[in-house]
Ligand binder design. Structure first.
Ligand SMILES: [Ca+2]
Length: 534
């Protein structure tokens, strides 16, 4: 057996040494990142452990085009970055786990963080703010690409078959292993184990958190699983539905034309909640009919365009969500008022002819995991093939990545607490999938009250995927998880905030599902104090 390689990188700056001199951290006295401890894992082998010390200060994110570069984070303490390379011998993969540990001000907690799309871990985007807040924090690449703009070429092996081992890594195995590695390194580094362990993720990260609660219920005391990509086998194909509708109709409206429907729905239903704030608080109750817009005109790129019957029929089917050829509900569509340019995007070819521009995760799931042909042309997918792909996805992948098991009894019995919040204007993942899951959990776990003891869901009107949109976004949902775990305070509300179109600060308390916030009829509609949960 190959002896694991331990590389100790001494890049300690004077600043680090100075800050560490008085730090009561670590078996090594907190004066260096040196570690001789090997994480122990079953089913995986450690290839190397590399440690590097970083001085405190302002953390500047490296540019990662085409993604926007986050703002630098000031006030990051000196920290130790331990990188562990793992392999699963039967797979010969390379899984990178990074654990960042503050050299001063450790809050006694371990935090693991998730990814997005086909990326398992976002690394510094979560780790830098976590270390600033005093967490020992970890991220894993699951042995797959960390470049979110690249197709998941890892999906297929050299024979063109789906690489089940890497899919297993991505679906669940690597997060569990990261929890083990991270907790062991944290205990070794500080000389005592973390008092509590947490998960923080949105989208794919939300799915990973729920997968942990379902599959490895003892890994984390508290889980924040936002806008979760659960029901993966179904919703990922359903994300392609708007494209299938357009392919079938050979009609490809512009984003401007689709936006006319979104804005008309908002105009029609905004005041149903008594507050004219461009947010539809209960979009599932919005009765706006897209056919009302037929014959009206909008200005798109300086041209006057008339909304057609065909446009309205497309939007009707997109809002309705995918159905079978017999009209049976397959999955949910976006709620009214949600931007449609995420899943119903189109583009113009060189000759000006418009075509569909599918969301990459949905198109790549079809090309790589269902068709196993990276060059497959998704523009040919109409209703018939869509339905076939939807069924195939469930048959082949529900068991590995569906992440919709409602039996959370082991998580509950371990004392775990979990919060999910989901924007009701999420353009990529329908919040109704989250509501569907929460209802199934209630049915399996003894009802609303019994479920509320350990798992709460908060719906955020007008909020887009993980952030953004017109509505108020949760300000610090992780703090609510920590408070619940460590002080037993089950959150009735989740504080949220945004800035109004007029530039005014807006606050709102999101209510624990199935409650929603209601305007009390008087008082400043921009202030959370003017609302009550009911
Ligand atoms: Ca409103």
């Amino acid at each position: 057996m190959r002896r694991p390689l331990i590389v100790l990188v001494a890049v300690l700056s004077l600043a680090v040494l100075a800050s560490c001199a008085s730090a009561p951290t670590g078996r090594s006295g907190g004066t260096s990142c040196a570690t001789s401890d090997q994480p122990q894992l079953t089913g995986a082998r450690v290839l190397s452990v590399t440690a590097a010390a970083h001085p405190g200060g302002t953390y500047a994110f490296p540019a990662n085009p085409p993604n926007p570069t986050p703002s630098p984070i000031a006030g990051v303490p000196a920290y130790c970055d331990v990188t562990v390379l793992l392999t699963h011998p039967e797979l010969d993969d390379r899984v990178r786990v990074e654990v960042w540990m503050p050299l001063t001000g450790w809050n006694g907690r371990f935090l693991a963080a998730g990814g997005g799309g086909f990326v398992a871990g976002l690394f510094d985007r979560y780790l830098a703010p976590a270390v600033k807040d005093g967490y020992a924090a970890a991220s894993t690449d699951a042995g797959v690409s960390t470049n979110g703009s690249r197709p998941p070429s890892w999906a297929l092996d050299h024979s063109g078959n789906v690489n089940q081992g890497l899919l297993t890594n991505f679906a669940f195995r690597s997060v569990h292993e990261m929890a083990q590695v991270g907790k062991q390194l944290t205990a070794s580094f500080y000389g005592r184990p973390a008092a509590h362990s947490y998960w923080n993720g949105c989208s794919t990260g939300g799915r990973q958190g729920l997968m942990e609660a379902q599959r490895y219920p003892a890994d984390f005391n508290g889980i924040l699983a936002a806008a979760p990509a659960i029901n993966w086998d179904r919703f990922t194909v359903a994300e392609f539905w708007p494209q299938a509708v357009m392919n079938q109709a050979h009609t490809f409206p512009t984003a401007c034309e689709f936006n006319a429907f979104t804005q008309a729905a908002i105009a029609a239903c905004d005041r149903d909640d008594s507050v004219a704030d461009r947010v539809i608080d209960r979009p599932e109750n919005c009765r706006f009919n897209p056919h009302q817009l037929v014959g009206t005109t909008v200005t798109c790129e300086g041209k006057t365009v008339q909304i057609s019957q065909a446009d309205a029929e497309l939007v009707d089917k997109i809002w309705q969500g995918p159905t079978s050829h017999e009209g049976q509900h397959l999955w949910y569509g976006p709620l009214k008022g949600t931007p449609l340019d995420g899943l119903a995007a189109t583009a113009a070819g060189p000759d000006g002819t418009r075509h569909g521009a599918p969301f990459a995760v949905a198109a790549d799931w079809i090309k790589y995991f269902l068709k196993r042909r990276p060059g497959f042309d998704t523009s040919s997918i109409g209703y018939g093939e869509f339905e076939q792909l939807f069924q195939q996805s469930g048959t082949q992948y529900h068991a590995v990545i569906g992440t919709d098991n409602p039996d959370l009894s082991a998580f509950r019995d371990a004392g775990g607490k979990m919060i999910t919040w989901h924007g009701l204007a999420d353009r990529l993942i329908s919040p109704q999938g989250t509501i569907d899951y929460r209802r199934r959990v209630e049915a399996a776990m003894g009802g609303t009250g019994a479920t509320d003891q350990f798992y709460r869901v908060f719906l955020a009107p007008g909020v887009d995927h993980c952030s953004g949109g017109t509505g108020s976004v949760p300000t610090d949902p992780l703090a609510a998880v920590v408070d619940w775990v460590e002080h037993g305070h089950a959150p009735e509300t989740l504080p949220a905030a945004t800035t109004s179109t007029a530039g005014r600060p807006v606050t709102r308390n999101l209510c624990s599902y199935p409650q929603l916030s209601h305007y009390i009829g008087h008082g400043d509609p921009d202030s959370a104090g003017s609302y009550t949960c009911a």
